[in-house]
Design a protein around this ligand. Structure first.
Ligand code: ADP
Length: 407
């Protein structure tokens, strides 16, 4: 059995999974793990092997030390990257800019192109690159593949991709809507036509990826028509800690009137806003507990979140003209029964009717939760970005082997 090692490197953490690309979306990976607090006090490495967790607390000076130690722990348990049949290493890369729509076999030139995109994603791409460099150095004989979070949205129509700002300034600074969570929107939306008995090229759909970060996408016959995230993942829906769409004038106001620096505003809008900004918590399970305790701020935060979600659903219904399916995915979308019910409440006149009993069923399987007579099908389809990255990486790795680049 061959595996793909999927790496998701952040600035102070690395998440990894050893995935069998033939898995179904709900199969647990063979091995998964997390290196956390890299370069900070309180570092830890956790490796889970077939459900059993092994945790080691130690200072981790950098990505290299963290990943090397994680590989050693995997090796101690017989599942090291050189002990299993490893067909590829798949790297999640946040920003592919205008350069990349498809996954890429990583060679030095691709690495430097990802580096060129750092100005567009100053927080994410450098960390992604760290992971790539370290993993390529430790595992030089395996094809490494970059899968871009923006890739799926690369060819969105210009009317949706362009902002109505000065053309010259936008062009010089590569300012446009790129969209994120592309791997998830693509993975989920590809399953929908089969689940509702339609041809992919005749399916109009809305996908709602509601995790800590959240985004909506309108997908017309397999091609993205619009999405809620923009130049950065800050735009669109209200999220766990991100503000989503606000008047850009808020930024000038905070700078001029409140005297905040750009970095302070960045931190405020990315980390101290969204549901957390209003209710003080960003985890939806905690938010739900607070709502049950009749906490006013929690209720308000929830209503802002739902209102924003409905605004996007409504605008995408019009953009698509006809909607065949609306699909919920990611942590909140897959698990929060009330978010799904409230996001689509009172839309019978548009042919959208959730079946409360089907909606209440807890399951990790893809499922339809609308009534039989709902003209728009409503679904829950679990996402699995790691599996999607593994599958894409496997394809590219096979091509690289066929071309004689790897044995
Ligand atoms: P990330 O964007 O970090 O990948 P996830 O897709 O894992 O996030 O989603 C995280 C969110 O999902 C959190 O807000 C969490 O509270 C929420 N969530 C997870 N399980 C449940 C649940 N059973 N009920 C409600 N919300 C849940």
């Amino acid at each position: 059995m061959s595996f793909v090692l999927v790496l998701n490197s952040g600035s102070s953490s690395i998440k990894f999974q050893l995935v069998n690309p033939k898995n179904s979306a709900t199969d647990a990976p063979e091995v998964s793990g997390l290196v956390e607090q890299i370069g900070e006090p309180g570092g830890a490495i956790t490796v889970k092997v077939r459900g059993e967790a092994f945790k080691e607390e130690r200072d981790i000076p950098d990505h290299k030390a963290g990943l090397a130690r994680a590989f050693e722990i995997m090796t101690d348990h017989g599942v090291g990257p050189t002990q299993v049949e490893l067909s590829a290493v798949g790297h999640r890369v946040v920003h592919g800019g205008r350069l990349f729509s498809e996954p890429q076999l990583i060679v030095d030139q691709i690495e430097s192109m990802i580096e060129d995109l750092i100005p567009l994603a100053p927080l994410h791409n450098p960390a992604n690159l760290d992971g790539i460099r370290v993993a390529r150095a430790i595992l030089p004989d395996v094809p490494h593949v970059a899968v871009f979070d923006t890739g799926f949205f690369h060819d969105m129509p210009p009317a949706a991709a362009l902002y109505a700002i000065n053309n010259e300034v936008a062009g010089e600074n590569a300012i446009r809507r790129y969209g994120f969570h592309g791997t998830s929107h693509e993975f989920v939306s590809q399953q929908v036509p089969g689940l509702i008995g339609r041809e992919p090229e005749h399916t109009h759909q809305i996908t709602l990826h509601l995790g800590n970060g959240a985004s909506a996408a309108a997908i017309l016959n397999g091609h993205p028509l619009d999405t809620s995230m923009g130049l950065t993942p800050l735009a669109g829906l209200a999220m766990g800690t991100r503000c989503g769409d606000i008047d850009p004038g808020v930024i000038f106001h905070l700078s001029r009137q409140a005297g905040m620096s750009i970095d302070e505003i960045d931190n405020l809008l990315n980390k101290q806003s969204g549901v957390k900004g209003i209710a003080g918590v960003n985890d939806f399970r905690t938010l739900r507990e607070l709502i049950e305790q009749e906490n006013d701020d929690a209720w308000l935060a929830y209503n802002v979140y739902i209102h924003q979600l409905r605004r996007f659903i409504g605008s995408y219904m019009i953009a698509l003209g006809r909607v065949d399916a609306i699909t919920f995915t990611a942590g909140v979308g897959e698990n929060d029964v009330d978010v799904r019910a409230d996001a689509l409440a009172d839309l019978e006149m548009y042919g959208i009717k959730i079946d409360p009993e089907k909606n209440a069923v807890r399951s990790s399987e893809p499922r339809i939760i609308s009534t039989d007579d709902s003209t728009v099908k409503v679904l829950v389809v679990p996402t699995n970005e790691e599996l999607a990255i593994a599958q894409k990486s496997q394809v590219i790795a096979e091509m690289a082997r066929e071309a004689g680049l790897y044995s």
